[in-house]
Design a protein around this ligand. Structure first.
Ligand SMILES: [Zn+2]
Length: 455
């Protein structure tokens, strides 16, 4: 018997029931559907033109920029939420956007896909285009080594030879996918250094993926990204078709860059700060123009979208602006520090470290983050407040980094922490891990009516 229709109905009913009970955002509807029909996603995705965004960092932001172009041009599309990027969530999203007979209600889908789940998902989705942002070491206890992540993505992509691949040329791991797959491939990258003062980091990919010799770099943008080449076997950064050719300006809220594609240069305003978002922007620009959007449509998406969940939000309830940015792994955290310590002006930093499952239960990654760079801020750094379940471990890390006692304070109580943030006369930058961010946001919404914008 054809099980697709019962599976779709079960999925829709479960979703509706959960919604009536006031409980959204669980994996249950997708689980129910896949139990009844394990290949439901392939069936539902058959007639939808899909863009997949995967990689370790920047998926959500890149997906939101891509989505913005679909919104601005009035296309019939749907997208998954960042919390629903495994096969259950994606299946439920496709079921919600199809009739009970499995006919799609939208022409397009923009799908963020967990990099560890790419293997199972891409095979069924058969996307038209896949954007791979980068590959970094993530929370060790969830994903294992980068080689494993790379292999997962490669196997996933090998099931979709018709998809155009947009690959980060500056990531030696990501770029290596091109030689192993028959797909049409377009590289993007950043041709120039991004930061004046850069955090020196432990590279996640110091050795050649082909012959294990140490890479040489013409320049590094951040972490292992940049102009690498292997002196022994000649593997090197491919010349990107779409490049960031100049960094024109960077502020706490935005960047202006020059993007050059096929010989034509465009000035792009990105409504997000930081070098990592410059990569997200050029990756999304490449995906959009390859998917058929005009350069001007893609540029207007870069400047016109709202901050994605957890990425550099700004709050105005205090005496000074308060900005919050999620940190989840050493590479991401180093980028945030790169960006924040390169800003002009005084700052108070707040670091909230939790070790719940969603944060990664192993917090040893904080020892791979170069907090020493904070010292380079000199007089501009006014205070570092530390909070969260593992506040004491975080404080210890900062003491080892050389942050003086007088600058450092542990505040266990979130209400007290929020008071301190609100009464600061210096701009505040909050760096929470995932569940700490959810906690802070909930308290802010109770206290100041900040809306639950992820709903
Ligand atoms: Zn080599």
């Amino acid at each position: 018997m054809n099980m697709q229709i019962p599976a779709i109905i079960a999925c829709k009913l479960t979703r509706l029931a959960l919604r009536l009970m006031g409980r959204g955002g669980t994996a249950l509807p997708g689980k129910v559907a896949l139990r009844i029909c394990p290949n439901l996603l392939g069936y539902l995705a058959k007639n939808v033109k899909t863009v997949v965004i995967t990689g370790t960092n920047g998926k959500t932001t890149s997906a939101r920029i891509v989505e913005q172009a679909f919104i601005q041009t009035g296309k019939s599309y749907f997208a998954n939420k960042s919390g629903a990027n495994l096969i259950t969530g994606i299946t439920a999203e496709f079921a919600a956007h199809s009739t009970i007979f499995g006919r799609p209600k939208c022409e397009y889908a923009v799908i963020e896909c967990d990099e560890a789940a790419t293997k199972a998902i891409v095979r069924q989705l058969r996307p038209s285009l896949v954007l791979v942002t980068n590959i970094f070491r993530d929370q060790l206890d969830r994903y294992g080594e980068v080689a494993h992540t790379l292999e997962n993505i490669r196997i996933g992509l090998s099931a979709a030879p018709e998809a155009t691949l947009c690959l980060n040329a500056d990531c030696s791991l990501t770029a290596s996918l091109a030689a192993e797959l028959p797909n049409r491939t377009v590289f993007f990258g950043v041709d120039v250094p991004i930061y004046k003062n850069r955090v020196s980091e432990v590279s996640d990919a110091p050795y050649c993926i082909r012959c294990k010799s140490e890479y040489e770099y013409d320049y590094v943008t951040y972490a292992h990204l940049g102009g690498y080449r292997c002196p022994k076997c000649g593997y090197s950064r491919p010349k990107p078709r779409v490049s960031v050719t100049r960094i024109l300006s960077q502020t706490a809220d935005s960047s202006r860059i020059e993007i050059t594609a096929d010989g034509a240069s465009h000035t792009a305003d990105i409504s997000l700060p930081g070098g990592f978002n410059i990569y997200n922007a050029v990756g999304a620009f490449t995906a959009l123009t390859e998917f058929g959007f005009s350069a001007s449509e893609a540029l207007s998406a870069l400047g016109g979208f709202e901050c994605a969940f957890g990425r550099m939000e700004k709050f105005d309830f205090g005496l000074s602006p308060i900005r919050m940015i999620l940190v989840k792994n050493p590479a991401g955290c180093n980028q945030v520090l790169n960006f924040l310590t390169n800003l002009d002006g005084d700052a108070v930093f707040v670091i909230c470290l939790n070790d719940n499952y969603a944060d990664g239960t192993d917090i040893s990654w904080i020892w791979d983050v170069n907090f020493e760079v904070l010292l380079g801020m000199g007089e501009s750094l006014k205070k570092v407040l530390v909070s969260g379940i593992r506040a004491d471990d975080m404080a210890l890390r900062l003491i080892y980094a050389g942050i003086p006692d007088s600058m450092l304070e542990v505040v266990y109580d979130y209400d007290e922490l929020i008071e301190r943030m609100a009464s600061s006369e210096t701009p505040v930058f909050v760096m929470p891990t995932y569940t700490a961010m959810l906690d802070l946001r909930r308290r802010l919404s109770e206290k100041f009516g900040v809306s639950n914008f992820w709903e």
